[in-house]
Design a protein around this ligand. Structure first.
Ligand SMILES: CC(C)(COP(=O)(O)OP(=O)(O)OC[C@H]1O[C@@H](n2cnc3c(N)ncnc32)[C@H](O)[C@@H]1OP(=O)(O)O)[C@@H](O)C(=O)NCCC(=O)NCCS
Length: 204
């Protein structure tokens, strides 16, 4: 991971949702390691900050589309307190000496685009946890949750040079198009019509 620092949001007047908690779920990755996928908790703050510190500059740039030395405190606060029915933040944890490490995270927020029924997602996986299906598992759950929250589209901004994320988006049947007004950035987008399942659910 990782950070919950996501796209800036413009809160929409979406009907309040009665939201069920997403139950923690153990997932075995391709290399045999297990992670627990669960919703973020307020108490995850220090682990989120540590996970961000472990990320390389390149990973941070890919995730935030800009160079970042630290997580914006307001964005961190927002990420730790998702608004029911609007935002969702999922973390992947693994046991560590101090309790847990966060090795992956994915989130969505209402999209900044003009489409009020769209949410914008982002995902990060710790460098030594990649190519094991973790991002696929995280995004699969985001997709299901976003559908339940009433969104009709899930989209994400990706650097045109971010080949791993573009390959992943292709695998998961996202469409890819240029992001309006953002040179070097692409928009990956997928409709959330009922019954549309992610293309590959090998690890989820
Ligand atoms: C992009 C990212 C999230 C992928 O995470 P991951 O857990 O390694 O992804 P997965 O293991 O689920 O990969 C699924 C598929 O995506 C493609 N893929 C992922 N990483 C790839 C890479 N480095 N090269 C080529 N294809 C890749 C592959 O098709 C892969 O399937 P395969 O392993 O069976 O070939 C991770 O590299 C990352 O955190 N990058 C930095 C942050 C970032 O770019 N976030 C995206 C901005 S929203």
């Amino acid at each position: 991971m990782i950070s919950t620092d996501g796209p800036e949001t413009v809160p929409r007047a979406r009907p309040a949702a009665t939201r069920s908690r997403c139950r923690p779920r153990r997932v075995r990755l391709r290399d045999g390691r297990d992670v627990t996928l669960r919703e973020i908790r307020e108490t995850d703050e220090s682990e989120i900050l540590e996970a961000f510190e472990r990320l390389s500059d390149e990973s941070r740039y890919s995730r935030f589309l800009q160079h970042k030395k630290r997580i914006d405190p307001a964005a961190l606060e927002r990420g730790l307190h998702p608004r029911a029915g609007l935002d969702f933040v999922l973390v992947a944890t693994t046991p560590a000496e101090d309790g847990i490490d966060i090795v992956g995270a994915a989130q969505y927020l209402p999209s900044q685009s003009t489409d009020a029924r769209a949410c914008e997602f982002a995902v990060t996986v710790a460098e030594d946890w990649r190519r094991n299906g973790l991002a696929t598992a995280l995004i699969s759950r985001l997709v299901r949750r976003a559908r339940r929250d009433g969104y009709e589209t899930i989209e994400g901004r990706v650097l045109a040079s971010n080949l791993p994320m573009l390959a992943l988006a292709h695998d998961m049947r996202f469409d890819v198009e240029p992001a309006t007004g953002e040179a070097g950035t692409l928009l990956v987008r997928r409709a959330l019509a009922a019954g549309t399942a992610p293309a590959r659910r090998r690890y989820a």
